[in-house]
Design a protein around this ligand. Sequence first.
Ligand SMILES: NC(=O)c1ccc[n+]([C@@H]2O[C@H](COP(=O)([O-])OP(=O)(O)OC[C@H]3O[C@@H](n4cnc5c(N)ncnc54)[C@H](O)[C@@H]3O)[C@@H](O)[C@H]2O)c1
Length: 303
Amino acid sequence: MKKALVIGGAGFIGSHLVDALVEKGYSVYVLDNLSNGKRELVNKKATLQVGDIRNPKDLAEAFKNIGEGAYVFHLACLPRVQFSIDFPRESHDANINGTLNVFLAARDAKAKRVVYSASSSAYGDQDALPLVETMKPNPKSPYGLQKHVGELYAKIASEVYGLETISLRYFNVFGPRQDPDGSYAQAIPKFLKQAKEGKPITITGDGEQTRDCTHVRDVVRANILAAESPKVGKGEVINIGGGKSYSVNQMAKLIGGKISYIPARLEPKATLADIRLAKKLLGWEPQMTLEEGIAELKKLYGI
Ligand SMILES: NC(=O)c1ccc[n+]([C@@H]2O[C@H](COP(=O)([O-])OP(=O)(O)OC[C@H]3O[C@@H](n4cnc5c(N)ncnc54)[C@H](O)[C@@H]3O)[C@@H](O)[C@H]2O)c1
């Protein structure tokens, strides 16, 4: 039986990944400190250890319990650009120090491979679109920098310590279970909740900023391919995006309802993924469009 350790497996993307791995017959162990994740999102067939990647002892316990040769999916993180601007030390500690701890623990435990959840925020603003992996990273926030450092550590872990690693740079992931609440909520779940409650959809800036959006089930498929593909494992960085971009105004229109504009915040003007490398190395292509994904979510929200 294949074994998987999903770090951050009680969160939005991680919990979907755990479901898919269980479905594929993996024995799944989850490590999560439940700072943002929820116990009830963790599949009942998986084992949950409540622990923290900032604490090497918690990681050692998780790796001891899962044993040698496990596939490791590292999603644990304090996400959101604005959160990292407000709390740079806290996010640095989890996202950089915690991530280094994960790679070292995986090396010590002779893990099969670590799939690191990276982010398109490493690109920051670039002169041209689409965003290609060969472009020089230009992060514009502590979060973007921290996620990029994680990729660099993944590559070093492979080159220096011989640990198989790969980094997947996700572009705006959306789908069921995404938290619509709080000041750091992402646009799509926040808009859905506002529409459901009959409130105006609040768009930052003029809404003409564009985003490449990726459905969570496509991201999950990419993770499993990245873990199993014989063509990768040397710290490659690969975009995982929908390959199409939409303005925030277009997203709001797909959801429907009144709109209200609020002050702009620090965010890139445009993101659009070049997804040729994912196809070449992983045989991966997105299967869900934003229109299909939002239609599914509107049903779930009862809109
Ligand atoms: N959602 C997106 O649009 C998006 C885009 C790009 C990259 N990513 C990356 O994907 C990963 C998962 O994101 P998500 O949207 O599912 O976020 P999430 O907050 O729902 O999941 C992260 C999980 O990590 C856990 N966690 C946080 N700090 C921890 C710590 N110190 N020790 C153990 N567990 C800890 C949280 O409790 C949570 O369950 C993150 O690494 C994020 O940077 C997400």
